[in-house]
Write a protein that binds this ligand. Structure first.
Ligand SMILES: [Zn+2]
Length: 252
């Protein structure tokens, strides 16, 4: 969905763990840059290519990949996106997330407990071979090198300016991004949305919930026309006010 000149929210839907699951990577581009923010689940490259093509962007022309954080639904497509690119894209993340994305540390949410309870999450008819392969994938997820570091407050000089905002909580090094020319905030998993309404992050998926709420205060300073939530999609309206209320712990 094209939201403004040079920025589109993609929509990728597939059955994950027996349930239809939709995620929303973002594409931002200008004459010299084509930037993909988050790379979908492992195995979703064709869906990502198709979604990009619908916006008139060929994924093989990608110049930059920005990862908001290390979770598998955000980094799963990273090696495949790099592989299909005509020229090796820059890969950006925060320094804290880098060793996880590069496969040097086990993903922070893939604990022994999480792996032990994995079996309960599959639909009962899931074949044993699939369960074993899925578990192996989580223990050794797709990984690739991060080639450039993003610090909170950095402003990328591409596409009219994109500011990096530190939003730790969901993971320790989670970042959100603000696209200046469209006044669109790419929240990653710092916020969620349901039916166009902005909502607090999901406690069960959030490593440090207090910190995640506190981090939202940093988003309020940016005049925002739309928020793209990776889970939940697009929100529009009185967003700065809503973010402030969510950050204060109010149910909105
Ligand atoms: Zn996510």
């Amino acid at each position: 969905m094209l939201l403004a000149k040079g920025i589109a929210m993609l929509e990728i839907t597939a059955i994950i763990m027996g349930k239809p699951t939709t995620i929303h990577p973002t594409l931002i581009w200008d004459h010299d840059h084509q930037i993909l923010i988050d790379t979908a689940h492992p195995g979703q490259l064709p869906l990502l290519q198709e979604a990009a093509a619908q916006e008139g962007v060929l994924l093989e022309h990608i110049t930059d990949i920005v990862l908001t954080h290390q979770d598998i639904d955000h980094i799963g497509g990273l090696p495949a996106v790099i592989e299909q690119a005509n020229h090796a894209p820059r890969v950006w993340s925060s320094d804290i997330e880098k060793p996880y994305i590069e496969g040097r540390k086990r993903l922070i949410k893939i604990t022994d407990e999480a792996l032990a309870s994995l079996d309960l999450m599959f639909p009962p008819e899931t074949p044993a071979a699939f369960r074993a392969a899925f578990r192996k994938m989580l223990e050794h997820p797709p990984h690739a090198n991060v080639t450039a570091q993003l610090l909170g407050g950095d402003k990328l000089d591409a596409c009219g300016g994109i500011t990096v905002i530190n939003t730790p909580g969901h993971t320790p090094g989670h970042i959100s991004l603000y696209h200046h020319s469209s006044q669109i905030l790419i929240a990653g998993d710092a916020l969620t949305a349901e039916n166009g309404k902005l909502a607090a992050p999901t406690p069960a998926a959030t490593l440090d919930y207090e910190m995640a709420l506190h981090s939202l205060k940093a988003l309020v300073d940016y005049p925002t026309q739309h928020v793209i939530c990776y889970h939940g999609g697009l929100c529009s309206g009185q967003l700065n006010e809503q973010i402030a209320r969510i950050s204060a712990g109010a149910v909105v």
